[in-house]
Write a protein that binds this ligand. Sequence first.
Ligand code: ATP
Ligand code: ATP
Ligand code: MG
Ligand code: MG
Ligand code: MG
Ligand code: MG
Ligand code: MG
Length: 278
Amino acid sequence: MANSRFEYVKNFELSDQLLPNTWVVVRIDGRGFTKFANKYSFEKPNDKRALELMNAAARTVVTEIPDITIAYGVSDEYSFVFHKTSTLFERRASKLVSTVVSTFTGYYIYLWSTYFPDQPLSAPLPSFDGRAVCYPSLENLRDYMSWRQVDCHINNLYNTTFWALIQLGGMSATEAGKQLDGSFSADKNEILFKRFSINYNNEPEIYKKGSVVFRDYELVEPGTHNIAQEVERIAQPAQLSKSQAETDKKKRTKARVVVEHLDIIKDDFWDRRPWLLS
Ligand code: ATP
Ligand code: ATP
Ligand code: MG
Ligand code: MG
Ligand code: MG
Ligand code: MG
Ligand code: MG
């Protein structure tokens, strides 16, 4: 680029390089999704379509940014973990965060009609904020992931009970809130079971555990993955011919960015997948 007398303004840009050799977590969160969920009549406490849309968008982010090894999502948030050796964008926080946020948001909007075919999006369009945090040790990173999953569990048990009291018990939101004020997990489990014959353990895993997205390196054949075809597959699953679907299935198996609903607090998940943190 040509030098000019204006170029000094570049010096006003401050460095926001993240600490080397640390696990970088970029967490995004939907802006004003309480309102957004009402606007599109999300089912309470959990709208499955909305969660699956979040997962589909997260899956494309992980697929497009190979430096991300694992992601965890619940409600309107997703945490993306960059491997500690990543040097993407020289580890500049604003570049990492803005790229994750805009890639995610772009796909969330692009894939919306697949999950909400009867409800076209209208302004204001969904948007997400993002932040980056460095975790210097594996213990810190594991604790971060556990923190989000515990949060998922606590919120989901509360919300499941809260909405059962309203939808099945005929209470007002105020009454339900009052009933649960100061209650312990055991109390909520008991309300669900005794009053509504709901065994919380039998609730869907996606609600209880949230969603984990990760690359299954073992089956990946480098250079064979095509993101554009993958996105088309997600966007128009009904329009695929059988042979096309089979071809895509093979590609998908090779790429293997998977979405699961597993316990990531216990060691087992990590012990079985040593490539994630090595
Ligand atoms: P902020 O902009 O500060 O994040 P927010 O309204 O998005 O505000 P959050 O704490 O992020 O607040 O909460 C997310 C909201 O979105 C909650 O009210 C939650 O019930 C709703 N929500 C998100 N996903 C779903 C879903 N799949 N089904 C039902 N409700 C959902
Ligand atoms: P980076 O990811 O580092 O930003 P880049 O390829 O986007 O890489 P830029 O320096 O941002 O690099 O340059 C933008 C590129 O996009 C240039 O090659 C430019 O010619 C092209 N481009 C952008 N807008 C237009 C446009 N309206 N018409 C033609 N070319 C365009
Ligand atoms: Mg440019
Ligand atoms: Mg927020
Ligand atoms: Mg939010
Ligand atoms: Mg949130
Ligand atoms: Mg550019």
